[in-house]
Design a protein around this ligand. Structure first.
Ligand code: SF4
Length: 328
């Protein structure tokens, strides 16, 4: 992950103060994102993976400032987003878009597909009404829909087609950067591949940069150049795709990878079952936050937080030990 990325996130925090559980008790803090640094180079895709509740969606929303960070820095194309207010932020947001997981709920059922795709152009008053209509036709073609489908309503499309409408809407303002938040997890496997291929094609054609959020490593392997693995609000491993999938270092990454069906059967990837659930982000374990589920945990792990360290060129890991058995 290069330091000169289109997007650079440094020590990002998103904490929420919760209501007091008791009248005289302290207000607990939910640490959804707890000091994450990463960068995404222009035209590349960074995959952000982890179990549900690890903070990856909050991180994706906070880099767009759809959720306000409580600490750290977000630099997009050289501009510190956290210092921007109103108009200036809106201008940058034109270049940064999001595709949500669920095309069923993220599209207004009362709007036609054409109106949905045109809405960002209307809001930003881009061009004349005729030019906007022309742009909508272009966008439909770009995502593999027929322009004459613009008068249909979302329920008249299949799940994959609905996600194409979401993608067309995200592309309307010609962004440079898109957060893809689990964009295929609500779709059938066969349709998933079509949408992933579409995203890859669009990336090549339009020089897009993606932050691709997914709990599914098989999907990430298909589309990402670099991968960051999150656990309980922090990144525990990051590397380029090849290194991460060939030589996963962190015990958590290895457990996640061992659950990918296509990888099972080899000695390296026997199924590793994690004990218990991911702890609450309100009550994060001391020391290594993975120690309550790690088969390699020792005394030091319960006392000392492991730093994210570059263990091999470009391959970062937050673990006190080398537990990868010589694979990395
Ligand atoms: S620091 Fe300890 S508990 Fe944490 S991943 Fe490494 S071995 Fe496991």
């Amino acid at each position: 992950m290069t330091g000169d990325g289109l997007l650079r996130v440094e020590d990002l925090h998103v904490h929420y103060r919760l209501p007091r559980p008791r009248l005289l008790g302290a207000r607990p803090t939910l640490r959804a994102v707890d000091g994450v640094s990463l960068s995404v180079a222009r035209g590349r895709t960074l995959g952000l993976v982890g179990e549900s509740g690890c903070g990856k969606t909050t991180l994706g929303l906070s880099v767009l400032r759809l959720v306000e960070p409580t600490g750290g820095s977000i630099v997009f194309d050289g501009v510190e987003l956290r210092s921007l207010r109103a108009e200036a932020l809106l201008d940058v947001r034109r270049r940064m878009q999001i595709i949500f997981q669920d095309p069923y709920s993220s599209l207004n059922p009362r709007q036609t597909a054409g109106d949905i795709v045109r809405s960002p152009l209307d809001v930003q008053k881009v061009g004349s009404p005729a030019e906007r209509e022309e742009r909508v036709s272009e966008l439909f073609s770009l995502v593999g829909l027929r322009p004459n489908q613009r008068n249909l309503f979302p329920h008249q499309f299949s799940g994959g087609q609905r996600q194409r409408i979401s993608i067309a809407r995200a592309l309307a303002l010609q962004p440079d950067f898109i957060v893809c938040d689990e964009p295929v997890s609500a779709l059938d496997v066969a349709i998933q591949a079509q949408i992933l291929n579409l995203l890859c094609d669009l990336q090549g054609e339009l020089d897009l940069t993606f932050l691709f959020i997914s709990h599914d490593l098989a999907v990430v392997q298909h589309i990402c150049d670099e991968v960051a693995v999150m656990y309980l609000g922090v990144v525990v491993e990051k590397a380029n795709r090849k290194a991460l999938f060939r030589n996963p270092r962190h015990p958590y990454t290895r457990a996640l990878l061992s659950a990918v069906p296509a990888r099972r059967g080899s000695r390296k990837s026997e199924r590793i079952r994690l004990e218990g659930d991911i702890p609450s982000p309100v009550n994060i374990p001391r020391g290594c936050r993975f120690h309550t589920r790690c088969a390699h945990a020792r005394e030091r792990c319960r006392a000392e937080v492991p730093k994210l360290v570059e263990k091999q060129p470009g391959h970062w890991e937050a673990c006190h030990f080398d537990t990868s058995g010589g694979t990395g």
